[in-house]
Design a protein around this ligand. Structure first.
Ligand SMILES: [Zn+2]
Length: 433
């Protein structure tokens, strides 16, 4: 087999193909040489009231060890100001090992927040996030529509958590009233119909405002059908997250089910099949981790009702190897499609393409040398997240990153993190392409 050779001069790729001798050579025979992955959905930044277990330093250790060289983190509007949230994110990201950018969560879609948009986009912050699942969305629907219209004009993409607040609130109240507050009731508190109703409403909003929307963590067949239909009439991108590819609601029969609590909940085997099919047929554009782990103790704290368990899990380090092992090796995804959903499409949607997401002359030299044959058993103790458990503990995986290069620098090599804290750089975003 002829080795693939690429040459990074400085931080960018200057030549591809059969290049001459270099000062440093990596033998990639028998390996896959992939563009660094771009994760459009993480929660590594703090808020005034919350400090994540995996902050930028710990989260991006896990990221680069898993081949993710660019992370996009949520930051939250602060004291009414979108920019203040981004400034906090920038401070936190001062400890990032990976390159980074932000989506800013809009909790108060005020006139002044809308007025900030053009300036933010000019400064490379072309991403917002809206939680339809929040009661505020219900109270301020008209203002959120104005926000989406302003985002369309500013050419910012709007990430949307699509679950219907009213349905979930009603289900939760009914379960509580009958004393069914245990974690096993979490899935029924957030039914598929809540996801579908919100997806349809989000697509309607995208159609009427002409905003580009990015529907995060899609989990069910019916929601994916709504996305498929929505893509015909509006600018709609779709994301799923790893949990929905590998696990089902059966997890909630376990006594430690709280370890897998995330929003939306795990679904049925038929939904898992639909998520795989939607990744292959391009209804889904990306897999984003929604990385936000909490310790076992926090997840399993005694007496927590199902709606009080902190949602979210760790996923940055296993994103690429599990999708390779469970997707490419099983024939459910081609390797080309894996690169699209983990690198190229997220870079395009984030407005970072072709700087990120592709191996091309002029692009940042973000490269994963991936060993497709190595076998590993996932153990939290071997991973770089600060979390003390992994949602896939004990899974056998074939294929793992061997070396990871970020802007020409070897940041991970055969198990060792080589990057220094704070080397990550802000990646300016423009409009989605
Ligand atoms: Zn999230």
């Amino acid at each position: 087999m002829r080795p693939i050779v690429s040459l990074a001069e400085g931080e960018r790729i200057s030549e591809l193909g059969d290049v001459g001798p270099a000062s440093r050579e990596i033998d990639a025979r028998g390996r896959l040489v992939l563009p660094g992955c771009v994760d459009l959905h993480t929660h590594l930044a703090s808020t005034p009231t919350f400090k994540p277990l995996d902050d930028f330093e710990h989260g991006t250790r896990a990221a680069i060890a898993g081949g993710v060289t660019t992370v996009v983190s949520m930051v939250y509007q602060e004291d009414g100001s979108l920019r203040r949230g981004i400034e906090r994110g920038m401070r936190d990201a001062g400890r990032s090992l990976a390159d980074f950018a932000f989506h800013v969560v809009v909790t108060d879609p005020s006139d002044s927040a809308r007025a900030e948009l053009l300036g933010l986009v000019r400064d490379g912050h072309a991403g917002l996030k809206v939680f339809m699942v929040s009661p505020r969305f219900v109270e301020r629907r008209a203002d959120y529509a104005l926000l989406l219209r302003a985002a369309a004009e500013a050419r910012a993409v709007v990430a949307i958590h699509a679950e219907d607040h009213a349905i979930i609130a009603a289900r939760t109240a009914t379960l509580h009233a009958s004393g069914r507050t245990g974690v096993q009731h979490f899935p029924e508190s957030r039914p598929v119909e809540a996801e579908v109703k919100a997806v349809v409403e989000a697509v309607d909003l995208a159609e009427s405002t002409e905003a580009a929307i990015y529907l995060v963590h899609l989990s069910s067949r019916a929601a994916l059908d709504a996305v498929r239909e929505g893509k015909r009439r509006a600018r709609v991108f779709g994301e799923t997250r790893p949990l929905y590819l590998y696990l089902t609601r059966a997890q909630f029969d376990r006594p430690d089910a709280a370890l897998w609590v995330g929003q939306p909940p795990l679904r049925e085997p038929d939904d898992v099949a639909a998520v795989w099919a939607a990744l292959a047929d391009e209804t889904l554009d990306t897999v984003g981790t929604d990385h936000i782990p909490h310790t076992r103790a926090a997840k399993l704290a005694p007496g927590l009702s199902f709606d009080r368990i902190p949602p979210g899990v760790s996923n940055l380090e296993t994103l690429l190897p599990m999708l390779y092992s469970e997707g490419v090796r099983t024939g459910r995804l081609t390797i080309t499609r894996l690169v699209e959903v983990l690198a190229t499409a997220p870079a395009r949607i984030a407005g970072m393409y072709p700087r990120k997401g592709v191996l091309a002359v002029g692009s940042d030299a973000d490269v994963v040398v991936f060993d497709p044959h190595v076998r590993r058993t996932i153990r939290a103790a071997d991973l770089h997240s600060a979390c003390d458990y992994d949602p896939y503990e004990g899974w056998d995986v074939t294929g793992w990153p061997e070396s990871v290069i970020s802007r020409g620098e070897i940041v991970f090599d055969r198990g060792d993190i080589r990057a220094h804290v704070g080397r990550g750089r802000f990646v300016s975003r423009s409009a989605a392409t």
